[in-house]
Design a protein around this ligand. Structure first.
Ligand SMILES: [Zn+2]
Length: 326
């Protein structure tokens, strides 16, 4: 269990505790009494994964340790490419006439490219280490960018006016990604965008995601409740593009990511209660609490307990660099 550095120094001086590991700093000590629940939280990223340990204390939820785990996916890829070049070259020079037998490899069902697999393994490794150092009771991991289930049932009236609402926030993030962060009608970027009904609600348009897009304020006002075909009469190309894009299914590549899915599965194997969370919720929590952007802070803000997590000022993340094995 976490304890204050001053207390830790006292224990060490009196010989009541011994240093077990320096990074992260842990001691062994005989303790009595209850253990409080500790949640381990992950925000997997392509270059860096944020890790946070959050204690569920009586006084509230508080970060007790954090780390930024830097992956080596790019290095793995580079190494494999160089190995491939060496083998190709050798085959050309020495065994040119040997019969080919390179199509005899089968890939297992859950195969991931080695550069991605290394990220999953890094997370697994640190989960294992942390499980040895702290009495973990639960896991929260961000596995999807948007909660598609929440998006599919937009029962909220006039979502666009309730930016504070989580479902509305999730929807906005999804639309921003889907429509490339620009006005669907004129292509304006870096301007405030409003959620727009492609077919106006006054004309029977629904609140479903497939009927929503993003528009800049001038376009939104100009369109009003006109039919999209009238509004874009002179822009046939754009009209076609919008009609095609609006029908794109929710479960596209932007929402689901194979590596994060694999990470979630690996963490499940530790046998602790686990919750899989969406990135929209993380960002919503982080902005509402007013924290700056960092991987470990994102990890702390994942999921339900992230909505009121306290990050003490003294916390600095451990910077971890994944090293390969020889
Ligand atoms: Zn516009």
């Amino acid at each position: 269990m976490p304890c204050h550095p001053a207390r830790a120094r006292k224990f060490l001086k009196k010989g009541k505790a011994a240093v077990y590991r320096r990074y992260p700093f842990t001691m062994t000590r005989r303790v009595g009494g209850d253990l409080q629940p500790i949640e381990v939280k992950f925000d997997p990223g392509s270059r860096t994964t944020g890790i946070a340990l959050v204690g569920h204390f009586d006084r509230g939820k508080e970060v007790i340790w954090a780390g930024n785990l830097n992956h080596r996916g790019a290095q793995v890829k580079k190494d494999l490419n160089s190995r491939r070049a060496i083998r190709r070259s050798r085959r050309n020079r020495k065994t040119r006439y040997r019969q080919a037998r390179f199509l005899n490899r089968l890939r297992p069902k859950c195969w991931l490219p080695p550069s991605l697999r290394s990220r999953v393994d890094n997370v697994k490794n640190w989960m294992h280490k942390l499980a040895l150092l702290a009495p973990l009771t639960q896991i929260a991991v961000e596995t999807v960018r948007f909660d598609t289930q929440k998006l599919q049932k937009p029962e909220i009236e006039g979502i666009e006016y309730q930016q504070g609402e989580l479902a509305g926030y999730e929807l906005r993030e999804y639309l921003l990604e889907k429509w490339d962060r620009q006005c669907a009608y004129c292509g304006a970027k870096n301007v405030p965008l409003e959620v727009e009904h492609i077919q106006a609600r006054s004309k029977g348009g629904s609140d479903r995601v497939s009927n929503l897009t993003l528009a800049c304020t001038p376009c939104n006002q100009e369109k009003g409740n006109k039919d999209i075909k009238d509004f874009l009469k002179r822009k046939k190309k754009r009209l076609k593009k919008i009609q095609a894009q609006s029908k794109a299914p929710l479960k596209d590549a932007a929402a689901v990511n194979a590596t994060r899915y694999a990470t979630g599965n690996v963490l499940k194997s530790f046998g602790l209660p686990i919750t899989l969370e969406s990135g929209g919720r993380t960002k919503f929590n982080r902005i509402k609490l007013g924290y700056s952007k960092d991987h470990w802070i994102d990890a702390a803000c994942v999921g339900e307990s992230g909505s009121h997590v306290v990050i003490p000022k003294a916390i600095t993340p451990l910077i971890i660099s994944a090293k390969g094995r020889d």
